[in-house]
Design a protein. Structure first.
Length: 151
């Protein structure tokens, strides 16, 4: 928001803030970005698509959804955004809503898939008491589950 404030104060002209497809939730590729998702859902393309749609719904100026991303066409789905910072309060509100969605989409997705580091990160985020809260998975105890199944 500091960049938007600088535009508002006339210190700089309008700024295009952007993110290509390399972030926590902008790319689904079992060959790279989602290779640490171990529950079998690493081959899905829903994470980048949800982040793309969420960025659109939250008012980003430009959104993109495409494939390739360095591992080859058909081997990944990528999303990106562009946000024009024009100094307006509307841009401030979009930043407040869209940037957390954009960044936390991938971290929460990995937490829901059982990635322990992502679960720790989301717990810390929730404990910080921001304006949003991310639900956390209830991780099953493997030994208990095996004993229930095996009898």
């Amino acid at each position: 928001k500091r960049f938007n404030e600088m535009v508002r104060l006339g210190e700089v002209g309008p700024i295009m803030l952007g993110r290509d497809h390399h972030d926590t939730g902008g790319t689904d590729s079992p060959f790279r970005e989602t290779s640490n998702i171990k529950d079998g859902s690493n081959i899905m393309a829903e994470m980048a698509t949800h982040v793309f749609a969420g960025n659109a719904a939250r008012g980003m100026t430009l959104i993109a959804l495409h494939n390739g991303g360095g591992v080859g066409i058909g081997k990944s789905i990528n999303g990106g955004f562009g946000m024009v910072l024009d100094g307006s309060e509307t841009a401030d509100r979009i930043i407040d809503r869209a940037l957390p969605w954009d960044v936390l989409g991938g971290v929460s997705r990995r937490a829901w898939a059982g990635n322990s580091h992502s679960i720790e990160t989301m717990k810390a985020y929730n404990d910080a008491g921001g304006s949003t809260y991310v639900t956390l998975p209830n991780v099953a105890d493997d030994k208990l589950l095996k004993s229930l199944i095996d009898g």
